[in-house]
Write a protein that binds this ligand. Structure first.
Ligand SMILES: [Fe+2]
Length: 313
């Protein structure tokens, strides 16, 4: 008898049961987050919510008394670039701030592959398979980041808040921050997916934004962040329905539809920063030779608490 014919429906039933169970848990435990994750994937819903928030077109001034650590910023131009290109590149952290963050990373316990049961004092100089366990792809400082006063200051920096508020069209609600290492280690597609190293888009709110800063020099061999320009809008309907499950589609298929010529690899020295609408297709490229240390700060229009903890990633 052909066993695959029997196994195939069982697999479908298992997936369906799992989907129903997760949906039930989401709906009963975190209904607001659950509904947002279901609805925000559709551009028409996001446009409608943005209208409700009555997006401000008035530039938000950064007063001299509250100068940004990033220097002079043309907030309107930055927001306009993100609106068309999905990303703005060109922020710069002062070197003393980079140094403070490196000191923090060198003296704080991180967690291998974001697993709280695997604490590790990552310094970025370790070799995977020699000083670090074989399957170490990422080492994140997780909630230990709260011990960094430098990160706290950046989260409240008037320039960063002004960019976020201008883009969001609403007061920026801080959603979370992360400092993490990405190590050069070859992985299969499942491991790459778990480490956000395949093209995907995030669904953290109806409107949200991420600000990234490289804390080590990043070139093509150290896992540059990559995005597909303009894909925060105009997604194929199937990709809107799939939402975050788009991460299961091969990168080749995504590029076939959105165009390889629209891929932008973001390289820069330590301190270089960029701002992204994470609804565009993006990924952290798998490093091939050198590790990458990066800080990201996220803001949204709604306060859901720690959404990443709730959703288990
Ligand atoms: Fe992402």
């Amino acid at each position: 008898m052909n066993t695959t014919l029997i196994q195939y429906p069982a697999k479908i039933w298992y997936k369906l049961a799992n989907y129903c169970l997760k949906s039930y848990q989401g709906l009963t435990q975190e209904p607001r987050v659950f509904l947002m994750r279901k609805l925000a994937r559709f551009e028409i819903v996001r446009d409608w919510v943005a209208m409700l928030f009555n997006r401000s077109t008035k530039p938000r001034e950064i007063s001299r008394a509250k100068a940004s650590v990033l220097g002079n910023l043309d907030v309107n131009a930055i927001a306009a670039t993100i609106e068309t290109d999905s990303c703005y590149q060109g922020l710069q952290l002062p070197q003393d701030v980079v140094q403070e963050l490196l000191t923090f990373a060198n003296s704080t316990v991180g967690y291998i592959n974001r697993d709280l049961n695997r604490p590790w004092p990552c310094k970025g100089t370790e070799k995977v398979g020699v000083d670090l366990p074989e399957n170490t792809r990422v080492c994140s400082y997780m909630s230990n980041i709260e011990k960094s006063s430098t990160v706290k200051k950046l989260e409240k920096d008037p320039g960063i808040l002004a960019i976020a508020a201008k883009f969001l069209g609403a007061e920026a609600v801080h959603m979370g921050s992360e400092i993490s290492w990405s190590f050069p280690v070859a992985g299969n597609v499942v491991q790459q997916r778990e480490a956000a190293q395949v093209f995907h888009y995030d669904l953290d709110d109806y409107r949200f934004i991420k600000i990234f800063f490289y804390l080590t020099d990043v070139d093509m061999s150290s896992g540059p962040h990559a995005y597909i320009r303009g894909t925060h809008n105009g997604k194929k309907l199937k990709h809107q329905f799939m939402g975050t499950r788009c991460a299961s589609i091969n990168d080749e298929k995504i590029l076939e539809y959105y165009g390889v010529q629209n891929v932008v690899d973001v390289c820069g020295k330590a301190g270089f920063g960029f701002v992204e609408n994470p609804l565009c297709f993006h990924k952290g490229t798998e490093p091939t030779a050198k590790p990458r240390l990066m800080l990201q700060i996220e803001y949204a229009i709604n306060d859901y608490g720690n959404i990443h903890e709730m959703l288990g990633y």
